[in-house]
Design a protein around this ligand. Structure first.
Ligand SMILES: Cc1cc2nc3c(=O)[nH]c(=O)nc-3n(C[C@H](O)[C@H](O)[C@H](O)COP(=O)(O)O)c2cc1C
Length: 395
């Protein structure tokens, strides 16, 4: 008999993140799904981000008196319910109305931090008012440094704990599906508009009553009338600053007294330099395969980076994490936590806040089972010795 996966739309029936991805695809208009799913150029890195996990196999211990697993960890001195962070993703309001708030509340439910993108559809002030949410703020380094400074001032006023500077996106990645699906910015092709007609649930959720969501953190950067995605994309593109360098990080370090996180590093030398430049954490990332195609995966450099930076600062990773086994492999190689991008976005698109909680619940039970089957009861027992290279080791 042909094996058949769940083919409905009920997020509660999703057994794994891949099921949530399929439900998201059924619920979203094509151009929105492609915006989330797609990678750059011919998507080699997008694929590599998944296949890289096959290079590592577990060497379990069996007679180890495994007890109830403790999956909590400590990030910046505070307890985190899981070794996970919901990472920054822009334009979440396109997946579900108030998508940022839904992600933030789901993160709170699991006692983990939520990172708000600066290209979000919710103002940072509206996230920090949600009681009990640990909010970190992601910022792109725009040419208009006065605007960057004003964003940082807003973060100080809002008592944001950590700022995340993304360094791998100073030039837009080439996401061809995002170009193919549109005639002009935010003007979908006729085929996409026809497909949209088959998504009344999405239209009611996202477009009613205010129309397309707009960018809520960029008012001073975008002239009035240019705050919609249609008006803003070209301006944001021109504002991204490829001259970003270590002097900017030093400038920021002086300006920002809170935790400073650099996201987008892959080279061990750069990670080492960052750890010496007073940053509090690094996120090894290739932006989920959306920027430089044929880029390494963070899993390719994680062990080397850990060997160089030791415990000087926190070490996070993202890009391609969809299973508890993926997450446990990264923790074993020295990551303090894994940041989630699409995994929780698929939950959001499939079922709003509850869908995100479902995604986190799936990952929690997968991590729990993996740690237990490996023969351990706590995350700090995980070491590189848990892993063996899969054969043949293809580099
Ligand atoms: C739809 C989407 C929007 C994103 N927007 C941002 C952003 O605004 N800022 C940022 O630093 N990273 C952004 N990212 C990258 C994510 O933070 C993260 O690095 C990436 O999604 C991890 O890969 P994964 O989706 O395979 O987990 C975005 C990713 C996606 C999928």
């Amino acid at each position: 008999m042909k094996r058949q996966r769940y083919s409905g739309r009920n997020y509660k029936k999703a057994l794994n993140i891949s099921d949530l991805e399929c439900i998201a695809k059924r619920r979203l208009p094509n151009f929105v799904f492609e915006y989330v799913y797609g990678g750059s150029d011919d998507e080699h890195t997008l694929r590599h981000n998944r296949s890289v996990f096959d290079r590592y196999q577990f060497e379990p211990r069996t007679l180890t008196r495994v007890g109830p697993r403790n999956l909590s960890t400590t990030l910046f001195g505070q307890q985190s319910g899981l070794p996970l962070v919901i990472g920054p993703t822009g334009f979440n309001g396109m997946l579900s109305q108030d998508g940022d708030k839904k992600l933030a509340k789901a993160a709170r439910q699991y006692g983990i931090p939520f990172v708000l993108s600066n290209v979000s559809t919710t103002a940072l002030e509206d996230i920090v008012t949600l009681e009990g949410v640990t909010t970190w703020m992601q910022i792109y380094f725009y040419r208009d440094r006065a605007f960057v400074k004003s964003l940082i001032e807003r973060c100080k006023k809002a008592d944001i704990e950590a700022i995340v500077i993304t360094t791998d996106s100073a030039i837009y990645g080439n996401r061809e599906w995002d170009i193919r699906n549109f005639r002009r910015p935010m003007k979908p092709t006729i085929a996409n508009l026809l497909h949209l007609m088959s998504k009344p649930g999405w239209m009611l959720d996202v477009l009613y009553p205010n129309g397309l969501p707009t960018f809520k953190n960029l008012d001073e950067l975008l002239p009035p009338g240019k705050r919609s995605a249609q008006g803003a994309s070209a301006i944001i593109g021109q504002q991204l600053d490829p001259s970003l360098n270590w002097e900017d990080i030093a400038w920021l370090r002086d300006l920002w007294p809170g935790k400073l996180i650099i996201k987008g590093i892959l080279a061990p030398e750069e990670a080492e330099k960052a750890s010496q430049a007073g940053v509090d954490a690094i996120v090894l990332s290739n932006h989920g395969g959306r920027q430089l195609n044929h880029s390494l995966s963070p899993m390719d450099t994680l062990a080397d980076v850990k060997a160089r930076i030791g415990n000087r600062c926190h070490l996070f990773v993202d890009s391609g994490f969809r299973r508890g086994t993926d997450i446990v492999k990264a923790l074993a190689l020295g990551a303090d936590a894994v940041w989630l991008g699409r995994a929780t976005l698929y939950g959001l698109a499939a079922g709003g806040q509850e869908g995100v909680e479902h995604a986190l619940g799936i990952l929690r039970s997968e991590i729990d089972r993996t740690v237990g089957l490996l023969g351990y009861s706590a995350l700090d027992e995980l070491t590189p010795e848990c892993l063996k290279p899969a054969h043949p080791l293809t580099l």
